[in-house]
Design a protein around this ligand. Sequence first.
Ligand SMILES: Nc1nc2c(ncn2[C@@H]2O[C@H](COP(=O)(O)OP(=O)(O)OP(=O)(O)O)[C@@H](O)[C@H]2O)c(=O)[nH]1
Ligand SMILES: [Mg+2]
Length: 347
Amino acid sequence: MAVPRKYWVFLEEELGLVKTIYSDIVDVLKTKGSPSGTYLPREKIEFLRGSDFDKLIVMDRLKPIQIVNLIKELRRDVIDRVMLILEIFAEHAGSKEAKMQIELARLKYYIPLVKEAIRYAKIGELHGFLGAGRYGYEKYYLMLKKREARVRRELEELRRIRGMRRMQRLKAGFPHVAIAGYTCAGKTTLFNAITGLSMPVGPEPFTTLSPKSRRIVYRDASFILTDTVGFIRDLPPEVIEAFYATLEEITTADVIVNVVDASKPIERIRIELETTREILGRIGVHSKPMVVALNKIDLVDDYASIVSEVKVLLASNETLVPVSSVKRINIDRLMDTVYMLVKGGYQ
Ligand SMILES: Nc1nc2c(ncn2[C@@H]2O[C@H](COP(=O)(O)OP(=O)(O)OP(=O)(O)O)[C@@H](O)[C@H]2O)c(=O)[nH]1
Ligand SMILES: [Mg+2]
């Protein structure tokens, strides 16, 4: 695994991503990360050539030419951070829609790679590359393009159905509350605590890929609560595009509950808040009423100081409620805040 300088401070999180799929990490190579044709400097490549490993994972977004060059140089499998995230998503995709969303994201990322491979006339040099097998890259490329068009059409259809369901909910007059936030913050645990359901939760990233909605009655308000897919730093645009139908559940929400993990250092909390805001901005969500659910408060020793530190990070449309979804601390207070915001928008 090669980690560029910009991610050294996030080494734990990056390792966590890799370990979700690959349990046996032989070595962690720190590198500057360069725009050169092979991304890694010559001496690192020489070092890797003589090392014993099956696959190199570069925790950066590489250009297609860089991936192809690395595969050629090392004669081993090479994937980058985007491909890794797509693998994790693929592993966790349960619903048909999630599977197709992942496939589209993968196709969008792989097609330029195959195109690059075609430019290498000597195809035999790219050993086992992208499973092209006996087809040859030209045929493979055409097949991928066709498949992309088909998946896109099918997803459009699913998106239309999802949109219709959403319209029905709107017509029925139910406001919509979406639970969003960084991956592993505890969104599904909170969703379960509120709804009484037991959707899968877990310490590994991207446990939830299909949004789940449930009608909630709280005091005299009825609203639809939706759990959504988690965010991460540098989430590839291909993933955002492929998951747009899912993320639309957030764009059409009246209120957003942004779940934040209070047990992380304040600098990480700041980055996660920013990441969530940035991704929300990218899908067109700006200054909606938002409750910041500062979750996992049961793990925090100095409750008062973490709350005051997070408070200063908030924007004017954001209200803070410290909670523990596991220990069910302050869930009522969170619901009261959501209730007020929902009522505020619907009177
Ligand atoms: N101690 C503690 N652990 C929590 C709390 N809420 C969630 N967790 C744990 O945090 C981990 C992630 O929880 P999830 O609910 O799966 O998180 P998520 O945000 O839905 O994650 P993704 O769907 O993967 O994006 C799990 O191991 C939970 O048990 C909490 O309030 N306190
Ligand atoms: Mg989840």
